[in-house]
Design a protein around this ligand. Structure first.
Ligand code: BDR
Ligand code: CA
Length: 310
């Protein structure tokens, strides 16, 4: 199986991504590293453990990382995810421990000690932990198999400001470090995730599996849905973060192209915008595989089939 570390700020859609990974034998989840994002770190690290316990995987080590972005103050998203970050189902407080080591130390040690290109990073929140690890160990970027991240947007520009997507907006300096690092990057932007809608029929198919995990997932999605349904008038909300895990399982569900991507870190108006050279207008280096389309029915079929295994 492919070794992955999930760096995340759970978040209902992060939670579903974690469940999808834990349900998939193709993936060996080495650890989960939590970061501040949707809610503060004290909640995201706890939410990560709640999800491991829901999946019956108390063997997965969970590490806490950065409490705030590198230079900016933390912006959170309780208006989307609720006060706990994981509003919806009534999940018990976790009893599995939080690891003592800092997530950034764990990332550096693991990637440097594993064989070259053995570890894939799945990044579902702001890029703070990853950028700090890269700054701490300059050899790190060259040893990562791939960074698959949910973030940014280009034709679909933003969801937290008119021009920026939440994960990049929260820590644009960190995103800038990562996009300049030279590590292979696969970017799942809003252009993809806004096509992966949790319609009533898709959530019903998950709920009908009838297992505790499936019922909790349906409750997470019911809560998560309501914000985007109201805002955009769609049937269902975009299931952002699970697209990262689905790409590792079935890359053919997605299509995109290699592009230059640079991050806006200067203008407050467009802070955190991902400037994607989709049409190859410049000769700047192609530093990311930028996705654009998804087979949404295939994606939800995969998710439902995998959740049934937990
Ligand atoms: C991203 O922001 C968070 O609210 C979601 O979990 C996702 O990672 C979408 O913009
Ligand atoms: Ca997230």
């Amino acid at each position: 199986p492919r070794k992955i570390i999930i760096d995340t700020d759970p978040g209902q859609d992060d939670a579903v991504a974690i469940l999808l990974a834990l349900a998939s034998p193709e993936l060996d989840v080495l650890a989960i590293t939590a970061v501040a994002g949707n809610v503060p770190l004290s909640l995201t690290q706890k939410n990560a453990r709640k999800i491991c316990e829901l999946a019956g995987r108390t063997d997965i080590p969970v590490y806490a990382g950065a409490v705030r972005p590198i230079t900016r103050g933390l912006v959170t998203a309780e208006h989307v995810h609720g006060r706990t970050g994981l509003d919806g189902p009534d999940l018990p407080q976790p009893s599995m421990p939080l690891q003592e080591k800092h997530a950034v130390d764990y990332l550096v040690e693991t990637i440097m000690n594993e064989p070259d290109s053995a570890v894939t990073l799945c990044v579902l929140g702001p890029l703070t932990n990853i950028a700090l690890a890269m700054i701490r160990e300059p050899a790190l970027s060259g040893r990562i198999s791939e960074i698959v991240l949910m973030g940014g947007g280009y034709f679909e520009q933003g969801n937290v400001t008119p021009s920026a997507e939440f994960n990049i907006y929260v820590d644009p300096q960190a995103a800038d470090v990562v996009f300049r690092s030279g590590a292979p990057i696969v970017m799942m932007p809003l252009d993809v995730t806004h096509k992966a809608l949790t319609t009533n029929a898709r959530v019903a198919a998950i709920r009908e599996l009838g297992t505790p995990v499936a019922v909790a997932t349906a409750e997470l999605l019911d809560f998560f849905d309501r914000y985007d349904e109201e805002k955009y008038g769609t049937d269902g909300g975009p299931l952002h973060d699970p697209c990262v895990i689905a790409y590792l399982l079935k890359p053919d569900l997605f299509s995109g192209r290699q592009c230059n991507v640079e991050i806006e870190t200067a203008s407050e108006l467009t802070m955190g915008a991902t400037v994607v050279d989709w049409w190859g207008i410049t000769d700047r280096p192609k530093n990311a595989l930028v996705m654009r389309d998804i087979d949404a029915d295939g994606f939800f079929a995969l998710l439902t089939e995998r959740l049934a295994r937990l």
